[in-house]
Design a protein around this ligand. Sequence first.
Ligand SMILES: Nc1ncnc2c1ncn2[C@@H]1O[C@H](COP(=O)(O)OP(=O)(O)OP(=O)(O)O)[C@@H](O)[C@H]1O
Length: 263
Amino acid sequence: MLEISNISKTFFPNTVNERKALVDLSLNLNEGDFVTVIGSNGAGKSTLLNAVSGRYTVDSGNIEVDGQRVNRLKEYQRAKYIGRVFQDPMAGTAPNLTIEQNLSLALRRGKPRGLGLALTSKQRERFREELKALELGLENRLPAKVGLLSGGQRQALSLLMAGFTHPRILLLDEHTAALDPQRAELVSNLTERIVSQGGLTTLMVTHNMEQALHLGNRLIMMHEGRIVFQASEEEKRQLTVPLLLAEFAKIKGAMLDDRALLA
Ligand SMILES: Nc1ncnc2c1ncn2[C@@H]1O[C@H](COP(=O)(O)OP(=O)(O)OP(=O)(O)O)[C@@H](O)[C@H]1O
């Protein structure tokens, strides 16, 4: 469904600042696969997501979605089939619009412009139901400005909006990292629900190994622009945090402080 073949991306090539962010990386996702992506700082995890979303074009290699080559498509052209949630809770929603208007925009994504934000009562009812399922009391606050919500509430809303139109691919980039543990768990559980309900094909970057093991059916570990370890559905079930730390240590050639990795 998503076929990434031999992609490379170098920032500032042939300068002293050269950074090889992706090196001949290949990865295939089948429909409904939920792959968690871990790796040290600067491993290329965000760049991989940016290559898929079209934020960055790759220097070489191929990215195909449903058999169509998308390398040359701009980010806004790919937005039709990609949902994305970032680490920053402020990134996914418009603070000056109400909850209802934000949801309405998400619903209209990829549709012709000029329809305004007016809602039918059926749509409003759908919003209420979906918000109620978040169990954050937002179903009674449809006219409230999103800027008034907490980070966790905004992130939950961003996730709901990203999943709204059943994107072909959902990209989650450390989307729980900026939240306190309780909110992070809430958004993590919500992620599980939205992905499984929609059968969404998902790539999720996280630094939290417990989360990487708990969520998703496959796992990859990146280092210096390459996938250095991957676990299939079957293999992932057998994985534990100590086993993952041992893999990290093997790759880095030294034992690492697990607290740093679990931060
Ligand atoms: N826009 C950019 N311009 C220049 N270099 C970049 C850019 N984006 C990423 N890089 C470089 O590419 C490499 C990979 O960065 P990337 O952000 O993909 O890593 P990451 O695995 O997501 O790291 P982290 O866990 O710290 O967020 C790094 O060396 C980084 O400095």
